[in-house]
Design a binder for this molecule. Sequence first.
Ligand SMILES: C[S@@+](CC[C@H](N)C(=O)[O-])C[C@H]1O[C@@H](n2cnc3c(N)ncnc32)[C@H](O)[C@@H]1O
Length: 258
Amino acid sequence: MERFVRQFVLPMITTKTWRDICEIGASRGESTDCLLTLPDVAVTVVDPCLDLDLKARYANDVRVQVWKGNSLDVLPVLNSSYDCILIDGDHNWYTVYNELRHITERELLRRGGMVFLHDVEWPYGRRDMYYQPDTIPPEYRHGYAQKGIVRGCSGLSDDSQFNSDFYNAVEEGGSRNGVLTAIEDFLCRYQGEYRFFRIRGQFGLGVIHYRDNRSKDSAVTLFVLHAMVHNLITWPQRIAKTHLPSVYSLLKVALRRA
Ligand SMILES: C[S@@+](CC[C@H](N)C(=O)[O-])C[C@H]1O[C@@H](n2cnc3c(N)ncnc32)[C@H](O)[C@@H]1O
């Protein structure tokens, strides 16, 4: 997510002079560090700290508050509201749908603010992945296995190494499966309040803008235009990467040498 943070999230925070940020799923803090390059931000991090002790990592930075725990346990007890919220935690329908529900019902996002969600495209746009399968109620959890994912194949593969360390849903698609499906189901329930658009590539960034009907927001219009231009100019590269992966790799090597 770090590249999206640099390219899209930081400029938006700067333009809007946003201050209060919540980051769900921070891993080793790469995106957090990126956010902290801005002088006046306060970052609330929510993460069970499976990769690193983030409390220790940010113990000396008063701008960072770390909640060590799962988002669905922490969001119900947070007592602040945020200008923007980054979601890159547990990539499954149940978690993402309920994160968005808590954000709305507890008014954790200020009007005019944005939620940025990573992994809205393949492989987890339409397929669940579980960091801690036991935390997902069985009725919402798909069959899963620690096996690799192959683009274009619904089932998992013994031969693919791609994300084979993770607990991936054994089938892609269908109802209540994947990050993008969770967003669509959320938007369906809370129609009219939000605008949604996607920034393509790098596994996809979803952006949910909480409409503020009291004022026209030219910064948001410019942001959407920026996203559209990005989607357009990266289209040939994305098509080559997806449909002609060996030609794409060869071209990349050739360009690097040139
Ligand atoms: C893909 S990594 C995040 C990467 C990070 N956003 C970055 O840009 O470097 C996913 C993170 O989500 C965390 N995580 C897993 N389940 C979670 C949950 N239920 N709530 C919050 N975070 C979770 C994991 O500990 C891991 O650090």
